[in-house]
Design a protein around this ligand. Sequence first.
Ligand code: AMP
Length: 275
Amino acid sequence: MRIATTIAAAREHLAACARPVGFVPTMGALHAGHIALLAAARAACASVVASLFVNPMQFAPNEDFSRYPRDAQGDREQFERAGVDVLFAPDANEMYPPDFSTYVEVGSIGASFEGALRPAHFRGVATVVAKLLNVIAPDVLYLGQKDAQQTAVLRKLVADLAFNVRVEIVPTVREGDGVALSSRNQYLNERERSEAPSLHRALQTVESALRSGAAKETALERGASALSPLAVLDYLDVVDADTFAPSDGLKAPAYIIGAARFGTTRLIDNLRVER
Ligand code: AMP
């Protein structure tokens, strides 16, 4: 595995890579969800490129940037084992030199849900991914369904700005009890971790209510009541999978999306509804 910490070195390594190149952007603290993305890229592409960059631009000042889990050495070993050919691991100064001043605004697709609760989040995500796509110039971009609104925002970015890349969405990897793997799960204490499966159960409850013919509002009420009383629900809704506009859940494809706080830790999850 070649490791590049500068844009110039990444471009040099990329020039020697066989095509197609599959690209998996990450913020590290790797878990089986990240490994599933890397495996999908490894299975379909001649070369696999990953990035490891905890992007300060997508965190608000009151969020967890400084305590976000970091394990550069452990991550490097996992990237290597997953068959990554090139790892791009820049520092913040390489990505955002002091005179950096250009940003990607994402519009209404990123204004609701995560975007409403985290106002500068998707601007930060879109800006860093646009820059990463320009550095790596991959043929396929691998994203996790776990962050469903992010996938919709980035598909729109790719379409609107005509990036020459195909986007592949990899299904969410879960623990045995249904909790979606997330680098942030390690913030949960024992009690919170034992309540965390209730977010997935809430989504499943909405899905089965919709499938049994309940109206959307009724389905959402039933779903909310499946959430642990110790958790604080940020949102629970059904949206169009492409636009993230509200959906009645009957038009496919849709996502049932939810976010809840367990103590100080926010978890997000979703189920995709196909018909
Ligand atoms: P992150 O390091 O959290 O920025 O995530 C990097 C990529 O891994 C994103 O495309 C995420 O959607 C994806 N990802 C995170 N958790 C999971 C999971 N449990 N299953 C599948 N993909 C995931």
